[in-house]
Design a protein around this ligand. Structure first.
Ligand code: NAD
Length: 325
């Protein structure tokens, strides 16, 4: 772990779901935070409570354009990118631009500031994995011309670019491979399984499960993911390091859990499985435990309950015509 905590951190994608929790945690630790976001998929509402806090700055900027931030910067944490399948499928070019040009601009900023750079990569670099659970040494199974490739390949390119800046320019870099993360501040229209199931169950609508629902994901509560990102930023290590929960659940089981939690009689219906949908997904977290002393602490019962409360609040705000909902 680096001895000195950061004084000033740039977080790209800081107004998104994970980014906003990260900005808040860094401020709580006493760092100043520059949140850079073009609000493509994020919301200013996510950082509304931070705007008045000393040391917080919000820059509405596209990281695909070169970025200058006056003053010293200790860390550049690069989270900007659409992340949910409906978002990146609707914005394929924007996704590839931010993974390539956006990552290069964020790396250039870190280089000019002599800052440590951390890339928020993804378990999607493993594609539809042929090895289970997935260790960092696994190279993945990605269809380069399939619909998901705009996201998977842009993150794989971003990992390669980050590595090139480290090896050829001596930049201090780290790569964190984040697995499925959930929690408050996910958008109602996010489209990933937990927000989709919760909004359907809360409306009393059928809960739609893809395929036969036997495909699995491992779900990690957002505060745990953020603790993992911060731990890698503070460590003197290049990674990649998997950050995710070993709690693996099938989509059908998850739909049933959500239905019971909400207490609705919504029926569960089945829709076609999207092309190249991964069959299984679970991180090998031995490296995160050994290097960072990190492991998730929020169990699925508590995490899902907290997320349900958030979705209830958002739906109520929407019903009352509040713009945040
Ligand atoms: P999100 O969509 O809520 O947040 C992404 C943020 O990036 C948004 O605020 C968006 O407006 C911003 N952004 C996109 N393009 C930009 C650009 N060109 N310039 C500036 N800002 C831009 O998604 P999230 O779930 O919070 O994911 C954050 C990061 O973590 C992403 O890089 C994602 O790939 C990674 N990740 C997330 C998960 C997960 O389960 N949430 C899993 C793996 C990896």
């Amino acid at each position: 772990m680096s001895a000195t905590p950061p004084r000033r951190v740039v977080v790209t994608g800081g107004a998104g779901f994970v980014g906003s929790w990260l900005c808040e945690a860094l401020l709580d630790d006493g760092a100043s935070v520059v949140c850079v976001d073009n609000l493509l998929t994020g919301r200013q509402d996510n950082v509304a409570d931070l705007l008045d806090r000393p040391g917080f700055e919000f820059l509405q900027r596209d990281i695909c354009e070169p970025l200058d931030v006056p003053g010293d910067v200790d860390w550049v944490l690069h989270l900007a990118s659409p992340a949910s399948p409906p978002h990146y499928l609707a914005m394929p070019i924007e996704t590839m631009r931010v993974g390539s040009m956006g990552t290069m601009n964020a790396l250039d900023l870190a280089e000019r500031k002599a800052a440590r750079f951390v890339l928020a990569s993804t378990s999607e670099v493993y594609g539809d994995p042929l090895l289970h659970p997935q260790p960092e040494t696994y190279w993945g199974n990605v269809n380069p011309v399939g619909p998901r490739s705009v996201y998977d390949e842009s993150k794989r390119f971003a990992e390669a670019l980050t590595t090139a800046y480290r090896t050829s320019r001596g930049l201090d870099t780290g790569i964190v491979r984040i697995f499925n993360t959930y929690g408050p501040r996910m958008r109602l229209d996010d489209g990933r399984a937990i927000p989709a199931f919760l909004t359907q169950a809360l409306a009393g609508d059928p809960i739609t499960v893809a395929g036969d629902g036997s495909q699995t994901r491992s779900i990690c509560f957002v505060t745990d993911t953020v603790a993992g990102i911060r731990a890698l930023a503070a460590a003197d290590d290049a990674g990649p390091v998997n950050i995710g929960s070993p709690y693996e659940v099938s989509m059908l089981e998850l739909a049933e859990t959500v239905r019971d939690l909400v207490g609705t009689s919504s029926e569960i219906t089945f829709v076609p499985l999207p092309q190249d949908d991964p069959r299984v997904r679970r991180p090998d977290t031995a490296r995160a435990e050994r290097l960072l002393g990190w492991r998730p602490v929020v169990g699925p019962d508590e995490g899902l309950k907290r997320t349900l409360e958030w979705f209830r609040g958002q739906l109520e705000a929407r019903r009352l015509g509040h713009p945040g909902g």
